[in-house]
Design a protein around this ligand. Structure first.
Ligand code: AMP
Ligand code: ZN
Length: 432
């Protein structure tokens, strides 16, 4: 039932003692990194003064902007030649945040995934089809090594090519999938098109759903259509990627691997801790990562702690599925997109006016992004070819930056709604 029983069922007191010991070490390690050395001096924080877990609150927060500013090597706590792997967050071809790992870091990350998969009932005899993007994105390689360590036959197919995915599932008797939930819904349409019934024609029994927010209802639909049990997998590249928090067979919240991550839930306005059960922003500290420690990282993800023990016997505390974000980051087909990226690109293009709007829609099971852009008035009189070529240009430019292809509509100046105060750039019409 357990992959690492001693750790997974550790009494809370012992777990906290382990966390404290690791917090002291990681804060001292972080002091070796230029970014933290500087931050500690500026905030008069001395890592050797940590006595209790509550002392974590004296450490300043780290944000995505900090990681961008310290790019590329400002958070390294070891010499560069100790590193063996780099990853980055999803979503942009530009300078994204990068994370570095030593061999020991990869080992610890792999263990968290192994534990997570084993916890759902996956075993050595399973055939694991990994349908996440391989490469810089953490979802592919993270799970890949976890599944191999668990001993399962692993099919590293990566994302996309729906018909081939279905063919592989059938040819090799795949039993476990790792898949983005919106893609799982989309793929159900392809199954239907091919008149293949996953319940009848495949041996699927488990799916790991991750990389984007999804509701209980979406899980239900996926379980129903595929005839399997689906488990929520949460992670972010700054904390390795997947393997931060994962559902067990009880499907009642996600266990955070607290020997690897110190969890806080704070009120995003006051920055003070909130009580169990109260929604707030998840803040995480890497407790084991030696290459690039990240302390008190503001994930911007909203959730709450589910109090009380879990029927599975694991003692690591659980969080509720992510309910939203404190910022305006959009997640479309598992790709992170900030509206400001779109604005930046648009404003670089001449003939683009002053206002734009992003509309998100769900057609069938597919998410679509429509970008409505005001352009100069002159383009609407005379040769409409110019308008069309501008439309294509905007689409191409956006695609190269945000990695998904939006539909672009061009409109005359002053036709998009204006708001007083903060612009409402995004209209999200996606509902479950
Ligand atoms: P990345 O760093 O590119 O892996 O993106 C991480 C972000 O994806 C997280 O901060 C969450 O906002 C989102 N995310 C990942 N997994 C989940 C999940 N299971 N449920 C909801 N959001 C998720
Ligand atoms: Zn449990």
């Amino acid at each position: 039932m357990f992959w690492e029983e001693k750790i997974e069922t550790m009494q809370q007191g012992d777990l906290q003692a382990l966390q404290l010991e690791r917090l002291k070490k990681i804060a001292a390690d972080a002091d070796q990194a230029p970014f933290y050395k500087n931050l500690f001096v500026k905030n008069k924080f001395d890592p050797s003064t940590i006595r209790t877990l509550d002392d974590v609150r004296r450490i300043p927060f780290t944000t995505k902007e900090d990681l961008r500013e310290a790019w590329p090597y400002g958070l390294l706590a070891v010499p560069k030649d100790e590193l063996v792997r780099m990853h980055s967050s999803s979503g942009t071809t530009g300078r994204s945040t990068v994370i570095f790992h030593t061999a020991r870091d990869l080992d610890a990350w792999t263990d968290t995934l192994c534990r997570s998969m084993y916890m759902t009932g996956m075993r050595k005899a399973d055939v694991f089809q990994n349908m996440m993007t391989y490469g810089l994105f953490t979802g592919g390689l993270g799970f890949h090594y976890g599944a191999e360590r668990l001993g399962a036959l692993t099919i590293p197919v990566g994302a996309g090519n729906s018909k081939r995915q279905i063919q592989l599932m059938r040819d090799f008797d795949t039993t476990v999938l790792h898949i983005i939930p919106s893609y799982a819904l989309h793929l159900s349409g392809v199954f239907e098109e091919l008149s293949v019934d996953p319940r009848r024609d495949t041996r699927l029994r488990i799916a790991f759903l991750g990389a984007e927010p999804h509701s209980e209802k979406t899980r239900g639909r996926i379980e129903e259509f595929y005839g399997l049990k689906a488990f929520n997998s949460y992670g972010l590249s700054e904390m390795n990627g997947p393997g931060v928090a994962f559902e067990c067979q009880c499907q009642a919240g996600l266990h955070v691997w607290e020997d690897n991550f110190l969890m806080e839930i704070i009120d995003p306005d006051t920055l003070e801790p909130v009580a169990d059960g109260v929604e707030g922003e998840l803040v995480l500290t890497t407790l084991k990562r030696e290459g690039m420690p990240v302390l008190r990282y503001r994930t911007k993800d909203l959730t709450h702690i589910i109090a009380g023990p879990c029927a599975c016997g694991r003692t690591h505390r659980r969080i509720e599925r992510i309910t939203g974000r404190t910022d305006d980051m959009l997640i479309i087909k598992g790709v992170n997109i900030f509206p400001v990226q779109i604005e930046k690109k648009l404003m670089e293009i001449s003939d683009v006016g002053n206002n734009f709007q992003i509309i998100l829609e769900r057609k069938g099971y597919n998410d679509h992004m429509i970008v409505r852009v005001e352009v100069v008035k002159e383009l609407f009189s005379g040769d409409l070819k110019q308008l069309e070529s501008l439309r294509k240009k905007i689409m191409e430019e956006l695609r190269s930056d945000i990695l998904i292809t939006p539909r672009v509509d061009l409109v005359e100046p002053n036709t998009l709604p204006k708001t007083e105060g903060k612009a409402v750039r995004v209209i999200d019409n996606r509902t479950d």
